[in-house]
Design a protein around this ligand. Structure first.
Ligand code: HEC
Length: 422
């Protein structure tokens, strides 16, 4: 980042006039911020505050909109006139794009950084008497809804800028003529070209480039190193101390419910990972353990909490609560921003693949017996009947063969450990 900014030293008057350089300055600045935050987030106490919050959304959009976006725009404005042997159709439109992109990015990113800190702090705040200050998760959501509107506004402004760029570039292309064949004389190395002495790295790199096979091998080794370093301890650990299963495998109906959970993207708003913090233990219950995820293929840990963590939701509410909440979240949680899933109370559950799904899970190491697999649909129907009966006796006119029943079965299974079932 410093190399980038210092390259522009003494040329700020050019930056003022040239939209391309302006894009580059913002891109390089965002790059610096984002790559500073990355290592910051590897620190435990900082991560404990910002993980699962909108801070992460702010961070990655600083990278996507600020760093990568601005860089891409700048490069396109530079390249296309050259490829089409003409001038940029409109410098003032490019300037307008620059200001829209910057404004949009800043609104988006600042609102999310802010929202993330507010969320993180509200989740964690505990009173001296040991109760959470914000016991109802929804309180923390309603607090940040205005920031979501600012984020949406920022995004719209940013996209508006992109549309202006597309118009400008299309106009540029149509006024020019495509350069089909580049002239052969390309400088060997940018560094040489600018008259700087070549660094040892540049020399090694340039020579390696002339040897494709060693270059591929070297690249592969470099890229694989990190992966291997992560993989080896994980594999060895599993040998030394195999994960103990703390849960029973999903029953067929629960497995179908889980697939609906994945299909509907519930994991985009809900995590399933209670972290070992006092505030999370009070809010959700015991921290999650590895042995509770042994039958999850793939796991549903999630990465973002717009709604509360769901790992300990099993048994927390009645079936009827889940039914009403899913059909209309505001009926149980006034002000909720969770979407309604009323259609699931009508749509019939597809059981044509249930047996096959158990077979696949069994291939992946879930200890289903042949009998479990053969009886899959029978067992599914039986569990669905039980839940439907319970719902009906609580005044909910539910149909046993609908998708919502499967989802309720799955939610009620979450976080129930073997020893607790006794
Ligand atoms: C747009 C984000 C969003 C999506 C998508 C979403 N939820 Fe939610 N969910 C929320 C919010 C916010 C709350 C807290 C307010 C409430 O209770 O409705 C919540 C609450 C819940 C709760 C109550 C948890 C508790 O401990 O009180 C359950 C259960 C739940 N959601 C299940 C689901 C399921 C199942 C899906 C997918 C079918 C889903 N959610 C999809 C945002 C979302």
């Amino acid at each position: 980042m410093l190399n980038g900014l210092l390259t522009l030293r003494g040329a700020w008057d050019v930056v003022r006039q040239d939209p391309i350089l302006k894009f580059m300055v913002v891109a390089v600045t965002s790059y610096g911020m984002v790559t500073f935050e990355g290592p910051m987030m590897s620190l435990k106490s900082f991560n404990g505050l910002v993980h699962y919050t909108d801070y992460i959304v702010g961070h990655v959009h600083n990278g996507a909109l600020g760093w990568n976006g601005m860089l891409t725009f700048g490069i396109l404005y530079w390249m296309l006139p050259r490829i089409y042997q003409t001038r940029l159709y409109s410098v003032s439109l490019a300037n307008a794009h620059f200001w829209l992109a910057t404004l949009g990015m800043v609104l988006y990113v600042i609102s999310m950084y802010f929202s993330g800190f507010v969320q993180g702090l509200m989740w964690k705040q505990v009173e001296p008497d040991g109760f959470l200050t914000y016991r109802d998760f929804l309180e923390t959501v309603i607090h940040i809804v205005p920031l979501y509107w600012i984020r949406a506004l920022g995004g719209v402004i940013y996209i508006l800028g992109v549309l202006i760029m597309i118009y400008n570039l299309v106009k540029t292309m149509s006024q020019g003529k495509l350069l089909e064949q580049e002239p052969a004389q390309v400088p060997q190395s940018i560094v040489e070209f600018e008259g700087h002495p070549e660094s040892i790295f540049a020399v090694v790199h340039r020579n390696l480039e002339k040897m494709p096979i060693p270059f591929i091998v070297a690249t592969f080794v470099a890229a694989a190193a990190g992966g291997i370093l992560e993989l080896v301890p994980a594999v060895l650990l599993e040998k030394i101390a195999p994960t103990q299963a703390l849960v029973t495998p999903y029953r067929p109906l629960e497995l179908e419910g889980r697939d609906i959970y994945v299909r509907e993207g519930c994991y985009t708003c809900h995590s399933q990972m209670v972290r070992p913090f006092i505030s999370e233990k009070i809010r959700y219950g015991d921290p999650s353990l590895a042995g509770e995820f042994v039958y999850d293929h793939p796991f549903q840990w999630g990465s973002k909490r717009i709604g509360p963590d769901l790992h300990r939701v099993g048994g927390k509410y009645s079936n009827a609560w889940h039914y009403n909440h899913m059909v209309d979240p505001t009926s149980t949680s006034p002000g909720s921003i969770m979407p309604a899933y009323a259609f699931m109370a009508e749509r019939a559950l597809d059981t044509s693949l249930t047996k096959r799904k158990l077979e696949v899970m069994s291939m992946l190491g879930v200890p289903y017996t042949q009998e479990n697999i053969d009886q899959a649909v029978t067992d599914l129907k039986q569990q669905a009947e039980e839940i439907a009966l319970d719902l009906q006796s609580n005044g909910v006119a539910a149909l046993a063969d609908t998708e919502i029943i499967a989802l309720i079965a799955y939610l009620q299974k979450l976080g129930i450990r073997i020893e607790e079932k006794k």
